[in-house]
Design a protein around this ligand. Structure first.
Ligand code: NAD
Length: 302
């Protein structure tokens, strides 16, 4: 059996695959080369670079499984794969801790003005009074979306002695109780929270879930963090709220357009910005490779 690894993944995943199949690692493969060779393979593993299009899938006569070593399957034509009976898998759980840790970093960076203080010191300045911050302790964390990542953020924030309130209409009350969190409607969460963190998927329902009206409900000194998906926060409304000090600050890892070239948000001192790196750690990449390699092995073994 032959497997193609078309984007770079952690070696441990490749080693595991080699125990059951012939593994071709070709991380420079072009779309044309993939089209011409895909019929040789039972499985393909990709990350973000390689697009598994309908055209590729149509030529994939032996293919049983398409695996994406990461979260989401945006670069795979799932409909075409399903029509052909090819399984599509990914590794959404591989990045939960990594994204939760990044979220903690974003909260602390916003609360303690670490990014702008760093910039100031490197400009040879010593502006101690400019960077008065706030503690996380005894503050209320509002979590929007209590899934894999949201719940990891909650356990970390509890260690910081924060109170937690959650908006997640799909989380059963009993589960919330077991997790030791209070459920509330979005308006209440926005009203009482000092830090709000977003961990919902982007869907028609969550597009601009946080817009002008929601930002107006927030406390004037509250912070909002989005390490989920661009488009959940309305960026024009966020710019207005931040530039008028309607809220204390924001931290974004994701944007409506990526990269957010020319976005006026980037001119603001009360915005912390990272380039969609919340999932980028060695551990998350390793775990993603191991998880999808195991899925491929299961399928190849039948
Ligand atoms: P998950 O599916 O485990 O959890 C999502 C939670 O959101 C669920 O509990 C669900 O009930 C809830 N939810 C869905 N619709 C909702 C709504 N309208 N209002 C409130 N709650 C709602 O997902 P996860 O693994 O925790 O990931 C969360 C988000 O993080 C996803 O959007 C994912 O794409 C994103 N993510 C971003 C990065 C990054 O690099 N920045 C990396 C990994 C994941």
């Amino acid at each position: 059996m032959k497997v193609i690894v078309a984007d770079s993944i952690n070696q441990k995943g490749i080693d595991n695959l080699k125990e059951v199949a012939e593994v071709v690692v070709d991380t420079d493969i072009t779309p044309e080369e993939l089209l011409n060779t895909i019929s040789e393979y039972e499985a393909i593993i990709v990350r973000s670079r390689t697009k598994v299009t309908r055209e590729v899938i149509e030529k994939a006569d032996k293919l049983k499984i398409i695996a994406r070593a990461g979260v989401g399957v945006d670069n795979v034509d799932v409909e075409a794969a399903t029509e052909k009976g090819i399984m599509v898998v990914n590794a959404p759980e591989s990045t939960s801790i990594t994204v939760a840790e990044h979220t903690m970093g974003m909260m602390l960076t916003a609360a303690r003005k670490i990014a702008i203080a760093d910039k100031s010191v490197k400009e040879d300045k010593w502006e101690k009074s400019r960077f008065m911050g706030v503690e996380l302790r005894n503050k209320t964390l509002g979590v929007v979306g209590m899934g894999r990542i949201g719940s990891q953020v909650v356990s970390r924030c509890k260690a910081f002695e924060m109170d937690v309130i959650v908006y997640d209409p799909y989380l059963p009350k009993e589960v919330a109780k077991q997790m030791g969190v209070e459920l509330a409607d979005l308006e209440t969460v926005l009203k009482v929270s000092d830090f709000i963190t977003i961990h919902v998927p982007l869907t028609p329902e969550t597009k601009h879930l946080i817009s002008k009206k929601e930002l107006e409900i927030m406390k004037d000194d509250a912070f909002i963090v989005n390490c989920a998906r661009g488009g959940i926060i309305d960026e024009d409304a966020l710019y207005d709220a931040l530039s008028n000090d309607k809220i204390g600050g924001a931290a974004l890892d994701v944007y409506e357009e990526e990269p957010p070239k020319g976005s006026k948000l980037l001119s603001l001192d009360n915005l912390v910005a990272t380039p969609h790196i919340a999932a980028s750690t060695r551990e998350a990449q390793r775990d993603a490779a191991i998880i999808v390699a195991n899925e491929v092995i299961e399928v190849l073994k039948g």
